[in-house]
Design a protein around this ligand. Structure first.
Ligand code: G4P
Ligand code: NA
Ligand code: NA
Length: 190
């Protein structure tokens, strides 16, 4: 997605060879017009996948997931990173390890929000080592439903996640693929 790549070049900050800061349009301040176009791009790519629900994880996945669900006219769900006050004891849970933050987190999804008949599109803002995306696929598995696609806004292709998702057989579509962040420069894959 050319507009996203231009925006990353213009407003992204390379923190180091591993981390890109995009707090001016995705992770802190959000650009709704850009999110709308991101939603349209995911909806177009997955239009024939029979998607019935969009699933993401709080917090930064919610904006692109919401716009995708709006465009596809399906409900949007976000897994929680903290047990909310009202969540049922029999919620679906799985552990996600963050290599970046070096912590394990349990993520939660209320039982019966995803049903066996669902075809789920997983959306996330970043793909690094793939732990969050794989955790979301496990929640879909626990619900007995199918993962029918994974849409990523920014993929750091030099990390493990893309390969892991490809090898697991998922249909992955990333809007911006970053080959390298070396020398304070964003090098896209294509
Ligand atoms: P993984 O799921 O792909 O293995 O990624 P990892 O554990 O490394 O990511 C942990 C958190 O850091 C996630 O956000 C992820 O989106 C974010 N992240 C990873 N790489 C980058 C990067 O280069 N730039 C930015 N800005 N974020 C990155 P989170 O902690 O779940 O937070 P939230 O923003 O969704 O609330
Ligand atoms: Na994030
Ligand atoms: Na995220």
């Amino acid at each position: 997605m050319d507009e996203l790549k231009e925006r990353i070049r213009k407003d992204g900050t390379v923190i180091n060879s591993e981390i890109l800061k995009v707090d001016r349009f995705l992770n802190h301040q959000i650009d709704p017009q850009l999110m709308k176009k991101i939603g349209k791009a995911f909806a177009k790519h997955f239009q024939n996948a029979g998607i019935t629900k969009v699933l993401t994880i709080e917090s930064s996945g919610i904006a692109p997931a919401l716009m995708t669900g709006l465009e596809m006219n399906v409900p949007v769900l976000f897994a929680r990173k903290k047990k909310s006050l009202t969540i049922n004891e029999d919620s679906l849970t799985t552990d996600v390890y963050s290599f970046t933050k070096k912590v394990h987190n349990t993520i939660f999804l209320e039982k019966d929000t995803i049903i066996k008949e669902d075809h789920v599109l997983i959306i996330d803002d970043f793909l690094a080592n793939g732990e969050a995306a794989l955790g979301l696929t496990r929640l879909v598995d626990l619900a007995g439903a199918a993962v029918s696609g994974i849409g990523i806004v920014i993929e750091k292709s030099f990390q493990q996640g893309r390969g892991r998702l490809d090898r697991a057989g998922y249909a992955v579509y990333s809007l911006a693929r970053i080959a390298s962040l070396n020398d304070h420069h964003v090098q896209f894959l294509d």
